[in-house]
Design a protein around this ligand. Structure first.
Ligand SMILES: [Zn+2]
Length: 274
């Protein structure tokens, strides 16, 4: 039997919030068996489940009970990769910090906090048959599989991105291949979002920014396919919105949070546990 696990000790992480630009703190605390990841805002508990997804514009926002939490996906990806099934995340506001724009800081914090088994058996989930969703520009599919795997493709017109694909086991390869891949964007969009007051915390410290000339970050890209690696990181975080550990293959082409969430909603009728 594989046991559920949580963090062995509490740990606090603080950093800039992407939308507001202020400093936000998150305290990661042990979670109860079978609880999954639960955010706590103003004393209200908000479980990280697909039913609580309110918005996916630029980042995944969860809302219920009069509270909301923005930018949950990178922490959720790190918890999946670290084998943390249950976690209580107490916040001092409605956003998680963007930190390094990837999942390295979260992964490091979880490693520092340590991991403790909880006795209860892991709850695995899969689908009884393939589920597919399509939009005019994207598609995503979940299929039953003996173990989690991803097949993620992107296509951007920017000369430095083009067509990219990442396939494999996102948990086994997370630290080496995905955790450092940053949030990315395009300079023209960043100006528009900032003008609308949406992204005050965006900086070259937390976001890979492409402009007409190439990459604005002084160090450039961390890999020629950093974009698709971040998409794979995000996809892993999205899969964490179904409580338990997945035994599925996720294939997504030109997708993103909105398509992944539509897929997870479509999965509810064929979800199998065991
Ligand atoms: Zn992301």
């Amino acid at each position: 039997m594989t046991e559920q696990a949580t963090v062995a000790r509490p740990i606090e992480v603080a950093g800039t919030a992407l939308r507001s630009g202020g400093v936000r703190r998150a305290r990661l605390l042990p979670g109860l068996p079978d609880s999954g990841v639960v955010f706590v805002v103003d004393g209200v508990e908000l479980a990280a489940t697909i039913a609580h997804v309110e918005d996916t514009t630029l980042a995944t926002t969860l809302a219920a009970g009069g509270v909301r939490v923005v930018l949950v996906e990178h922490l959720l990806a790190a918890t999946m990769a670290a084998g943390i099934d249950n976690l209580r995340v107490e916040l001092d506001g409605d956003e998680l910090p963007i930190l390094d724009g990837a999942a390295l800081t979260w992964l490091g914090a979880l490693a520092t906090a340590g991991r403790t088994a909880q006795g209860a058996a892991v709850r695995w989930w899969s689908v009884s048959e393939p589920v597919r969703v399509e939009t005019p520009t994207a598609f995503a599919m979940l299929e039953p599989a003996p173990a989690l795997s991803l097949d993620i493709s992107v296509q951007f017109s920017h000369a430095l991105i083009g067509a990219q694909r990442w396939t494999g086991d996102p948990i086994a390869r997370f630290g080496a291949e995905l955790a450092w891949a940053r949030t990315f964007g395009f300079h023209a969009d960043a100006e528009r979002f900032r003008a609308a007051g949406m992204m005050r915390g965006v900086s070259l410290d937390n976001t890979l920014v492409f402009d007409d000339a190439g990459v604005m970050n002084p160090g450039g890209q961390r890999a020629a396919d950093e974009v698709v690696r971040h998409k794979a990181l995000d996809a892993l975080g999205d899969l964490a919105l179904v409580t338990g550990r997945p035994r599925v293959k996720l294939t997504a082409s030109r997708g993103g949070h909105a398509v992944h969430h539509a897929l997870l909603r479509a999965t509810q009728g064929v979800l199998v546990r065991g």
